[in-house]
Design a binder for this molecule. Structure first.
Ligand code: 77H
Ligand code: MG
Length: 214
């Protein structure tokens, strides 16, 4: 059984980065994806935009939908203030296994709760599983046709408060048209598009930042 791309990405992290140094983990993944094998991490260009939003929000509780190999998990967790928590949901057990090791290699395991399962089932359990009152920041990067349903589910479960920030990846490529239409036209959100490029390519993509108005 040959290795998978996430396993090769993990090996590149362990070979080319320093344990406990999140920035070196981020650089090792970006180098691997740019020069060896493309992978669907948010990447360095959109990653800088993500960093800016995380720093601005300075969340005490954050949620990530779609962990994949843990690249954006590491980007977010490295910026979190002490005592804050990032919960990240991953559907695919093979991805989750790699992500756990990437997050541990970066030394960020104490700030991150990785939960395996579909977002639609897990979001309604956030309060009882983790005692979450509401999320200050949600990074949405999972199935593109689940963005709208899960944003509405977060609202219905009372997991958003006035000022909660949703940051959605891939709103152009692969694209999330019904989600965009919703957050841009709903009176309950103040939405803004950050134009960028699809990770490691010159194709257009971008992030949509939407503030929940309550
Ligand atoms: N419900 C639920 N709950 C929890 C979950 N955990 C995972 N999943 C399933 C998510 C599976 C991966 C999602 N991500 C992408 O598909 C993605 C794709 C591209 C891309 C690909 C090819 C191209 F040619 C161009 C662009 C680029 C990106 O940046 C992407 O993020 C879940 N689902
Ligand atoms: Mg993405």
């Amino acid at each position: 059984m040959g290795s998978t791309r996430p396993q090769r990405l993990l090996r590149a992290v362990q070979k080319n980065s320093t344990r406990g140094d999140p920035q070196s983990v981020i650089s090792a993944i970006d180098h691997f994806c740019r020069h060896k094998e493309w992978a669907m991490n948010v990447g360095d260009e959109k990653g800088s935009i993500l960093d800016g939003v995380v720093s601005e929000v300075n969340p005490s509780t954050a949620l990530e939908l779609g962990t994949y190999c843990g690249y954006s998990t590491v980007r977010i967790a490295r910026l979190l203030p002490p005592g804050s928590q990032l919960i990240t949901l991953e559907f695919n057990p093979a991805y989750a296994a790699v992500a756990k090791q990437v997050i541990a290699w970066a030394g960020l395991q104490d700030k991150v709760q990785l939960v395996e399962g579909p977002s639609g089932d897990l979001i309604p359990q956030m309060k009882e599983l983790f005692g979450v009152k509401s999320f200050d920041l949600v990074f949405i990067d999972h199935w593109k046709d689940r963005y709208l349903a899960d944003a509405q589910l977060l609202e219905e479960c009372g997991l958003l408060r006035k000022g909660s920030v949703l940051l959605a990846d891939n709103v152009i490529c692969p694209g999330t048209p019904e989600y965009l239409e919703y957050v841009r036209n709903s009176p309950r959100y103040e939405s803004r598009y950050f134009k960028s490029h699809l990770e490691y390519t010159q194709a257009e993509d971008g992030l949509e930042k939407s503030v929940f108005l309550g």
